[in-house]
Design a protein around this ligand. Sequence first.
Ligand SMILES: Cc1cc2nc3c(=O)[nH]c(=O)nc-3n(C[C@H](O)[C@H](O)[C@H](O)COP(=O)(O)O)c2cc1C
Length: 199
Amino acid sequence: MDTENRVIVGISGASGAILASKMIDTLIDNDLSVSVVASGPSRMVWQQEMEESFGEAIERWSEHNKFEIFPIGDFTAPIASGSYPAKGMIIVPCSMGTVSAISAGLSDNLIRRAADVCLKEKRKLVIVPRESPLNAVHLDNLSNLAKIGVTILPSDPPYYLGIKTIEQSAEVLAQKSLVALGISEQLPEKMQYMGPTKK
Ligand SMILES: Cc1cc2nc3c(=O)[nH]c(=O)nc-3n(C[C@H](O)[C@H](O)[C@H](O)COP(=O)(O)O)c2cc1C
């Protein structure tokens, strides 16, 4: 396994399952090692929002020999330890429950523990929060995380690119996530803002 470029992907139970799906597809397309952990609520959301079932997606991703997935309650999984090398972690989409737990240092499931490990090991941690509107508790928790170096990466569509679909928006977010994780130096040229364009 390519240990240096392992990315841990936490999928929590917020809306936006397509964001997780596209993120994992993109990591695999880039031939990176991918360790996934999904919460119970995330499966409910996935079922509501996606045509491909989570099981089918796992089957497809498992064809990549650097893909692994762990149960949410498995604290014996290697990603629960700082001695297991990883470039960093992204939680996509990230529920306000998970934001709150990580902000409070509550490591009561494998997503939260792996995030806590990233923080203590000073590794990249990227959070794609999903809630609207945000209340003051959400904002305080996100602010606490930003202050300790977590990248808060909202999933807003990049309006300046003139994209037309949620799928395209998820693709741009995945590329932005690679930059935030320190895997890519910059966005692909077609996703960069190049100034005003003529209609
Ligand atoms: C269909 C569905 C959509 C949800 N969307 C959100 C959301 O966008 N943001 C959020 O914070 N919670 C959302 N929730 C609630 C979370 O799933 C719930 O708070 C859960 O406890 C989060 O746990 P987890 O972070 O461990 O996955 C949603 C739940 C369901 C069933």
